[in-house]
Ligand binder design. Structure first.
Ligand code: SAM
Length: 235
């Protein structure tokens, strides 16, 4: 991967960045995504945010090497702290867990006023992000799921709007699996959820052997509910 050729995962994230956006890429690491988007002429300006010194220096180095320092500002800081009012209108956060992405959004809530689109790529626990979006008036407008090097990734795109719009009365299942992904299904989707259900079945079998307690009974019920939701959703 380099600033010309992204991984398929980051290329999918890039596809959702609207032409002409001013982008903040939070947790940018090597800054490949903003460099790629600026070089392609998709974004005129970007901020690459990093909280850790090593990746921050790597991002700064790549931006300088590419001669993009007038178009990409690399800032060191925690989450959305790197954004000043009027800087950007689009945010990408990719390659982290869903809980970390959600905590970055929650902590930086007051920075989201001028943001029109969020592009979020959790490595795990997309459900945590979907719940946060719903509770914070962000409408999920698109979802993608893809497999690369044996790993499955989800990409969630949200805009301000009607947060309940993509959901039906089957809310809990749609929050878990993704309302758009459930409609589209596809190979990566079915592979991911068959693996998850298989894993839960394995844990369930272990719990059956454990001495019954309030906790194990509650956990069993929870697992059974998840398995039923997933099996019911797979076409
Ligand atoms: N976004 C790139 C990608 O998708 O390939 C890099 C992903 S890398 C696995 C995650 C990066 O997020 C790390 O460089 C880490 O230092 C950074 N990070 C983690 N928490 C952060 C936070 N609160 N604020 C900014 N960056 C953060």
């Amino acid at each position: 991967m380099n600033t010309e050729k992204l991984s398929e995962r980051l290329e999918t994230v890039a596809r959702f960045v609207p032409n002409g956006s001013k982008l903040a890429d939070i947790g940018s690491d090597h800054a490949y995504l903003p460099c790629y988007l600026v070089k392609k002429g998709i974004v005129p300006f970007a901020i690459a945010g990093e909280v850790v010194l090593g990746p921050f220096e790597s991002a700064r180095g790549h931006v300088e090497e590419e001669g993009l320092s007038d178009k990409i500002i690399v800032r060191m800081g925690d989450g959305l702290d790197v954004i000043e009012p009027g800087d950007v209108n689009c945010i990408s956060i990719a390659g982290m867990g869903g809980a970390l992405i959600t905590s970055i959004l929650e902590r930086g809530k007051e920075k989201l006023g001028e943001i029109v689109r969020l592009i979020l790529q959790p490595n795990i626990s997309a459900v945590t992000i979907r719940k946060w979006l719903l509770e914070n008036n962000w409408q999920l407008v698109e979802e993608e799921i893809m497999e690369e090097d044996g790993k499955i990734y989800e990409i969630l795109v949200a805009e301000k709007g009607e947060p309940h719009k993509p959901y039906t009365s089957n809310l809990e299942t749609e929050l878990l699996l993704g309302p758009f992904l459930m409609q589209k299904q596809g190979e990566a989707f079915s592979r991911k959820w068959k693996m998850e259900a298989h894993n839960w079945q394995r844990i369930l079998a272990q719990l059956e052997k454990a001495a019954p307690s309030t906790e194990t009974t509650a956990k069993r019920q929870e697992l059974l509910q998840w398995i039923n939701r997933v099996e019911g959703a797979l076409k």
